[in-house]
Design a protein around this ligand. Sequence first.
Ligand SMILES: [Zn+2]
Ligand SMILES: [Zn+2]
Length: 260
Amino acid sequence: MRLLTSFGVTARAWTTRVGYCITRLLASLPKRCLLCQHWLTNNEDAWCDYCFSQYAGPWRACLGCDGALPIQPPIRCHTCRQTEQLMVVAACYYACHAGKGINQLKHGGQLVWVAPLAKLLLLRLNVLWNNGLIEPVQAIVPVPQALTSRLTRGFNQAEVIAHELSRHCGIPVIELFVARSKTPQQGLNRQQRLNNLRQVFELKESPTLKHIAIIDDVYTTGATSQALANLLKPYAVECQVWVLARTQTKSALQEHSRCE
Ligand SMILES: [Zn+2]
Ligand SMILES: [Zn+2]
């Protein structure tokens, strides 16, 4: 019996050591940039510095409608300020090469895209925070996922992104909402999405915080974020929306000329 126990401990220890060695070996192998496929140096992770520099430029569009702004600040156009349009901070546009990585993250489970895109998002947030252009938030809140979706996909990408951001910026992640199953949103316009979502989300409990950021992977029509923000309105909670990518919609292009 003692021999068996001793063998079990020894086997477990060896398994741990072998696993550790394999991890170190893989970590020591040269890696390629996810975007340009050039070899990465030891100081680079997932993306090379050149690719970061290509994406890390200033965001010169309105944070509400994404229309062009002649100067920045302000960060929202006159129309968006008047209509209190939600402020959306995105790491990149979905149409760009980095945006395609989100598709691989969401539908292929390739979590390797989370860290560089979250880093890019934090770079943008730091610029906005350091210039006093957006309020600091007290918590980051992932968009909830219905149980059926979670079982199908195996993870909630919004939660993964939220925890990656929290690890770097120290803002806590809280779960404020729950979601029921819904008709898929793809292919629906904004009004159809809003109608679809009206019965999907609900609050877990009454919120006590006043400034939060809703985290999602992609901002398309904004229907999901708006549905969640509407639930918080009675509690006077101010919301920002942080996403890895936003799409450029037809309505945003039409709004373009109405921006200051
Ligand atoms: Zn690169
Ligand atoms: Zn605008």
